[in-house]
Design a protein around this ligand. Sequence first.
Ligand code: FES
Ligand code: FES
Length: 154
Amino acid sequence: MEITVTINGVQHTDEVEPRTLLVQYIREQVALTGTNIGCDTSSCGACTVHLDGESVKSCTVLAVQADGGDILTIEGLADGDTLHPMQQAFMENHGLQCGFCTPGMVMAATSLLNEIPHPTEDEVRIGLEGNLCRCTGYHNIVKAVLAAAEGAPA
Ligand code: FES
Ligand code: FES
């Protein structure tokens, strides 16, 4: 089946199988490998991207379901060499260890701040509960999100 999607502002038209997951399409056909696969069973959040402005676990969406959609992946977040404020906050607050969960965490966190620009610590923890960090660096991840929120417009 043919699909057309916009990923990080670039339009792609490709043939996919009906069973192809969005995360497989993004990684294997579009070759954007920043979006990770941690479980394939919708548990870990490593595959989180934005689809039409909403945070989704891309292993839970078929590529054909994203046809016509506007997708943002971790590769599209920075502005050239300038990190997105959330990426900067993760860096400054040591919000990562091995980094495997980080793209999904950052995408989920930016989506959270779009919905709640100034969350409480509890709201950050609840907002990110679908994203697992195997290095268990949650404290600094939450700190990073709160720091990014401080810089967010009121
Ligand atoms: S790979 Fe999608 S939730 Fe784990
Ligand atoms: S930093 Fe290693 S899994 Fe989160």
